[in-house]
Design a protein around this ligand. Sequence first.
Ligand SMILES: [Zn+2]
Length: 422
Amino acid sequence: MSKLKGVSVLAALAALAVIAIFQFKPDSTVQARSPKTLLIGMDGVQLQRYEQLGSNLNLQRLHYNKAYAGGVTGSSSRQSTISGPGWTTLLSGVWANKHDVISNQTNLRVNPEFPSLFRRVRDASPSAYIASIVHWAPINTAFLLEDVKSNDLVETQASDARVIARTLEVLSQTRADFTFIQLDEPDQAGHDACFGAGYNNALRVADNQLGQLLDAVEARARENPDEDWLVLVTTDHGRDTQGCGHGGDSEQEKTAFIASNKPLNAELTSPSPPAENPGPNDLYGFTNQAAVAPTVLRHMGITLPTSWRLDGTPLLGETGVRKARADQATARLLWNSQESGEVVIEKNGQRVAQVKADVQQWVDPQGMNDKADYTLTLNGTPAAVRIAGQARPHLVGAGLPRDGCISSTHQAAPDSSPACQW
Ligand SMILES: [Zn+2]
């Protein structure tokens, strides 16, 4: 072989190698990876108690921070720190003054104007594999009954261990595009015996189960580099001082958390308390449980239209304005932002103003006496505020169970128990 021929053969081989690299390793900027989400709910977990278990927690494999549950006390977003309103907010991205699940009554249904992630993801992706695997039945059998009908999998399991076993099957055997699971035993342990050894043990078990799921997702992601996995972990409410119950507006009951396998934006990492109402120990500076749904939607590649009136700020990508809120007495919309852009304000679907973001307020010249929905959009990211709105519960059936209390898989406590506020 002549020297010249050898060089040209080498050049051809090099060219082939380049082609092969481009064929087998597509540039991620050219070909988007397919988004997958696993949303893990742990019922009734008090973050401080969880952290006190030690430094070797699976929780610490994740990025996480405090979040508040139950809306803002004294505003129209306020809701009870119990499971029905909490899970419905986490899954819909709006407070109970929109989703209308104001208690744990099993004849309440989510307001179809503000559907859950199950319906949002299904509408955007008819072929997506969607699963809801819960221990506490009413999520699937009551509040979101209509929304889960188009799921590929809807299961209520008799124990957290069975929820985990089914979830591991979904992760190993299906496309698993959007999977929601709910573990209930930490909450049951609190109701059974308040804070103490039993509660700590339940938290430890839940953390070990979290570790199993993280291992499974990490293994799958390694084997499928074309998949882009978001894992979020959260709770629906904190607990009262003794840990036995919840439902009220105390700092401890309103303290929840959001954890993620991906780094999240400033709304999670850098608290920004509302100046005029920072909440107990600046709790309202943290993110809140309405942020979970828009975060999942954004990860799944679904844009957030203002018409959806989502109350939460997404924790991935641009935050938009933060802490959007209204002061009805002075007819002002308020928000936190140091951005240089402009906020587009809509009222009941009509554009009413455009304001520099760093002005951080706008006065509605028509006042704020009537029910109204505002959206504030900055950098393609909307945040909504409802004023003066009363929930109008969507009830089915005639007989109403006792308010705030249902019969369920929690067999340890009868409906008549005063602690019956899951
Ligand atoms: Zn709960």
